[in-house]
Design a protein around this ligand. Sequence first.
Ligand code: PGA
Ligand code: ZN
Length: 423
Amino acid sequence: MKIKKVKAIEILDSRGKPTIRTFVFLDNNVFASSSVPSGASTGSHEAVELRDNDKNRYHGAGVLKAVDNVNNIIAQKLINQNLDENSFEKIDKLMIELDGTKNKSQLGANAILSVSQALIKVFAISTKKPLWQVLNEVYFSDVTPDFPRLMVNVVNGGKHAGWNFDIQEFMISPTSNTSTQSVRIASEIFQQLGKNLKKQGLSTLVGDEGGYSPELTSNEQVFEEIIKAASDLNYQNEKDYHLAIDAAASEFYQDGSYIFKKENKKLNNDELIDYYKALKEKYHIFSFEDPFAENDWQGFQKFLQVLSLSRTEPTRTVPLIVGDDLYTTNPEYIEKGIKEKATNAVLIKPNQIGTIYETAKAINLAQKNNWKIIISHRSGETEDPFIADLAYGCASDFIKTGSMSRSERLAKYNRLIEIENHL
Ligand code: PGA
Ligand code: ZN
């Protein structure tokens, strides 16, 4: 089969901001499209999301340049190319070369990724295979596809919810390894939390990722409310679910200090370690994402050491220390993290690096080094469930894709339910 036509358009993401969707048409009349998400608390080493900066359109956030780069520059190179299992790496490398910059600032990581994803999708449809299977066969043939555990962001803070909390994400992770059961547990707890907040006269409006953002006074109070909602339904912390956070600490790091505005605290990284340790002991936090700023490698290293040493019972595992902004899905930084023992897990966001080929490289590297993998959405999402197939296809340990509300989040959970049902 051959590529007949490649066409990108400007669409809107879940925040109503422009993003890109690319259609790939084959000569057998099969076509598919894929769209890319957009972050708010972005790492500074992320590949470039090309925006027009034309103040007369969408407040400067238009992506017509990226669309143009697909329709004119990339399309020209792809039309009439053969598409088979070996094409994806080749074409992704070709686009990297065509861009010619280290951070994809010429063509835009948004432009390149939309093509990279659409190509695999159209091939999957054409060969009548599910997307996860093609991803597995092409990039992850060493692992058997498997369901990720869910990380469900039930309370939103930081940049995603007007800085109501300093911590950006308060998550629950059901311990069940079936998606249908996990979705049910997470949804029930989310609904119960809503009921409890309402009873106290607190807001149940949701943030960018679909979690509540009530006027509570501290991070600790959020954990109390989540645990209370779960126990109202007889779900037990550590047995039925775990608690996790994404601190997104780069966002509250200023001149060498971590500033918790809500709690009126200014901490250095040792004091922040003590703060997290106390949270862990009290609430059994099981995963800490970006607990330190992206340049504070020493903070990560010290924290991992402290947690490894403080493991008292043999059955209690060391919590996950997850690098997101720290690594930006870039194999080079992940390699550094492995060498320097900075974390034991990595967040994977395809649009931080800009191709599925490089995303797979990051995943393979982390898996080979026994790190845990969390495939992740962005705070600005679309209805494209690509990452659900990616998570299952590479047997990632977790998927982080928002709360139990907002269809752009649920699209991914619903896709996992489909996969579970062999659909
Ligand atoms: P972002 O948030 O998409 O705004 O970067 C998600 C995250 O930090 O994990
Ligand atoms: Zn994060």
